[in-house]
Design a protein around this ligand. Structure first.
Ligand code: RM4
Ligand code: MN
Ligand code: MN
Length: 433
């Protein structure tokens, strides 16, 4: 007895929601009153939360691993088409993930047309395309062992450039409008790489890619402090990323992956600075404890996530022009069902967003101007500690998504059916994803 229901079936979701409606209604009305006492109207908050969207990383729906091992879960998607199916399950349940961010060549297919058609059927779109010049691919003429876009050999740089140009073409065929550029280039030893020349070669290579961007496209430059290079990384911080974006031109922006900083770095401050520079292009959301851990968003430090959203909501409140960062998840699910982790992470992002919407900004400004430190901090804390769960659930219900997405997912038996339909590959790879 495995055939239960397809979680994407509207009737199934409705049946799952039915017994939960009354409790949600009561909780939502109670919260309406709590917020009304703070002179906040719950409805526009629920509406804004309903509009929030984040892209699913195609690589996130498979089980991830570390450099030590990978423990594959049952029913992993074996192709980009199967990945899309899982993404549509995540979107139906959460109502918050209408797009997918592809990674090439991992998601390479000869049938781009078919992929686009299937995505349309599933009501999914495509966010930024990610290029990959941090691994060698089979039958590739040159190795990236000593770098890609910044390699000392022009032929290697050219190969990496051409790959990025291909990524743009694939993205164009699918309706993407951004390319995310993350390179692992750097050095493991002092002296290995000329620090200044490495950056100059990066700018030169990136300029060729930039020149090939279609008019409506953006280049998202992603920095990362270390790994795989352990001594120095060419685009290691937001300073390098910002310099690169500014020197490339107005279509180049910075992408902030939350895990790509030293522990305790004030990421919300980086966000504020990039907003100021008008170069905040997007996020890779995840959580971390030590390094680029790629843990589920909000699982370790939900307060930090809230503070980041606080900067975004504040910027919108100040009407900073032209601010529309891409929201994307970038996580590795090593010990959980990836679908459950991604649904939960999407929910956690909406939670942080909803909390940020509850900040009394006029009052906060007043406290800041009066140097009332304690009350300023309390103003943020009050928003952060509000249980916005009923708002999130109501926003989902309004969109036909699940009041209890994980409960509904488990009830559907989707994973079990995938386990039968998608027998595991015989390879036992370790690695990032
Ligand atoms: C990197 C970085 C990139 C991602 C790869 C898999 O650390 O976060 O965004 O594409 O991992
Ligand atoms: Mn990333
Ligand atoms: Mn990363």
């Amino acid at each position: 007895m495995i055939t239960k229901s397809d979680p994407r079936d509207a009737e199934f979701i409705e049946a799952q929601n039915a017994p939960r409606r009354d409790a949600l209604h009561a909780d939502y009305e109670a919260l309406r009153m709590v917020l009304a006492r703070r002179r906040i109207d719950i409805e526009p908050v629920t509406q804004a939360v309903g509009w929030f969207a984040v892209a699913i990383p195609s690589w996130g729906v498979g089980t991830g691993g570390t450099r030590f091992a990978r423990f594959p879960g049952p029913g992993e998607p074996r192709s980009v088409f199967e990945k899309l199916e899982d993404c549509s399950v995540i979107h139906t349940l959460s109502g918050a993930t209408p797009t997918v961010s592809l990674h090439l060549p991992w998601d390479r297919t000869d049938d781009l047309k078919g992929l686009k058609v299937r995505a349309n059927e599933l009501k999914l779109g495509f966010d930024a395309v990610n290029s990959n010049t941090f691994q060698d691919q089979l039958r590739q003429p040159f190795s990236y062992k000593y770098g890609s876009l910044t390699h000392t050999d022009k032929a290697v740089r050219q190969q990496a450039i051409v790959h990025n140009l291909e990524c743009i073409q694939v993205g164009q065929a699918l309706g993407s409008t951004a390319l995310t550029l993350w390179i692992g280039d750097g050095a493991n030893f002092p002296g290995q790489q000329h620090l200044a020349r490495g950056f100059e070669r990066y700018l030169e290579s990136a300029a060729v890619i930039y020149a090939a961007l279609p008019p409506d496209w953006r280049l998202l430059i992603e920095h990362k402090m270390y790994e795989p290079a352990f001594y120095a990384t060419v685009i290691q911080d937001w300073g390098s990323s910002l310099m690169a974006a500014q020197s490339l031109g107005p279509k180049a922006f910075c992408l902030v992956d939350l895990g790509h900083h030293a522990p305790n770095v004030n990421i919300e401050m980086i966000v504020a600075r990039l907003v100021h520079a008008r170069r905040l292009g997007g996020f890779h959301f995840n959580d971390s404890m030590y390094g680029d851990d790629d843990l589920d968003s909000g699982s370790i430090d939900p307060f930090r996530l809230f503070l980041i959203f606080n900067e975004l909501v504040d910027a919108a409140w100040r009407k900073v022009p032209g601010l529309s960062p891409s929201h994307m998840l970038d996580q590795s699910h090593n010990v959980t069902d990836p679908i459950e982790s991604l649904v939960t992470s999407a929910v956690e992002l909406t939670r942080a967003y909803a909390q940020a919407l509850l900040v009394d900004r006029a009052l906060l400004s007043e406290h800041q101007d009066n140097n009332d430190v304690l009350m300023a901090a309390q103003t943020l804390k009050q928003a952060f500690t509000t249980d916005v769960g009923p708002i999130l659930a109501r926003a989902r219900l309004n969109k036909g998504a699940a009041i209890d997405p994980i409960g509904a997912y488990r009830e559907s038996g989707y994973r079990l059916r995938c386990a039968l339909a998608r027998p595991a590959a015989l390879t036992r790879s370790s690695g990032i994803v």
